[in-house]
Design a protein around this ligand. Structure first.
Ligand code: NAD
Length: 256
């Protein structure tokens, strides 16, 4: 379905970003990876699906490096047809204790980066009259939790950005939508389970059970593959007129 298209997935060396990249690659898309850590194994897993794969190590908190990433995608792959804004970080603290530097980093990576990639990707998408902007927001783009001020602010912000982009592109073949996962078991969530286990003196399984029981009625983690398959649907012709939605995949979290 995505043969001949190029997908850029930010923060795709692990977790949800890698899961989305693998599903888009399985549909034939060329993939531009981004992120830190184990780049080689992410690249090998995408390559094994028989598609071209590139990588750019832009730090998504830096607008200048994001411009280099987009120039790389344009020069090496002819531009971006599917833009998945996924890179994200978390920090847990009350507002009055929230480190200012962590606030700035979360807003830069989880929100402003999506503005920069989108503004740079849209001209070509509009010119071709086809494009997909898929923002990996969160349940925290729809509702809040205590201790997550920067994350909740950034995620509500990216849901708003998604709606504006959808409206500005509404008469074109370019759509913009957000995916709002609840708990997905990735390194980002494992850190929160580790912190809970240490704080309450419980084991890993009990910490995960408590995280789920607190928020997610299905008591099951959403998988990275499920998020990837939702992104594939949003790229399909069936989703041509799905515009500006914030689609929860959260085991019932926001139904409560
Ligand atoms: P993760 O920690 O597994 O992956 C984050 C990715 O972002 C990694 O590839 C990392 O290298 C990259 N990254 C971090 N900082 C970066 C930077 N400055 N520049 C470039 N890349 C950077 O986390 P994840 O859980 O897969 O999270 C991915 C996205 O999904 C985030 O936006 C997160 O908010 C969102 N999300 C996660 C969950 C969950 O339960 N895991 C739920 C809802 C939304």
């Amino acid at each position: 379905m995505l043969d001949g298209k190029t997908a850029l997935v930010t923060g795709s060396t692990s977790g949800i970003g890698l899961g989305v990249a693998l599903r888009l690659a399985a549909q034939g898309a060329r993939i531009v990876l981004n992120g830190f850590g184990d780049v080689d194994s992410a690249r090998a897993r995408v390559h094994a699906l028989g598609v071209e794969v590139g990588y750019h190590g832009a730090d998504m908190s830096r607008p200048g490096e994001i411009e280099s990433l987009m120039a790389y995608a344009a020069n090496e792959f002819g531009g971006v047809d599917v833009l998945v804004n996924n890179a994200g970080i978390q920090h847990v603290a009350s507002v009055e204790d929230f480190p200012v530097e962590r606030w700035d980093a979360i807003i830069a990576i989880n929100l402003s980066a999506a503005f920069h990639t989108t503004r740079l990707a849209l001209p070509r998408m509009k010119q071709r009259d086809w494009g997909r902007v898929i923002n990996i927001a969160s349940t925290h783009g729809l509702v809040a939790s205590a201790q997550k001020a920067a994350y909740v602010a950034a995620k509500h912000g990216i849901v708003g950005l998604t709606k504006v982009v959808a409206l500005e592109c509404a008469t074109t073949g370019v759509t913009a939508n957000a995916i709002c996962p609840g708990w997905v078991l990735t390194p980002l969530v494992q850190k929160q389970a580790d912190a809970l286990a240490a704080k309450d003196g419980i084991d890993d399984a009990e910490a995960k059970r408590r995280l789920l029981a607190d928020k997610q009625p299905s008591l099951r983690f959403t998988t990275t593959e499920q998020v990837g398959d939702l992104a594939v649907f949003l790229c399909s012709p069936a989703a041509d007129n799905v515009r500006g939605v914030a689609w929860a995949v959260d085991g019932g979290w926001t139904a409560q």
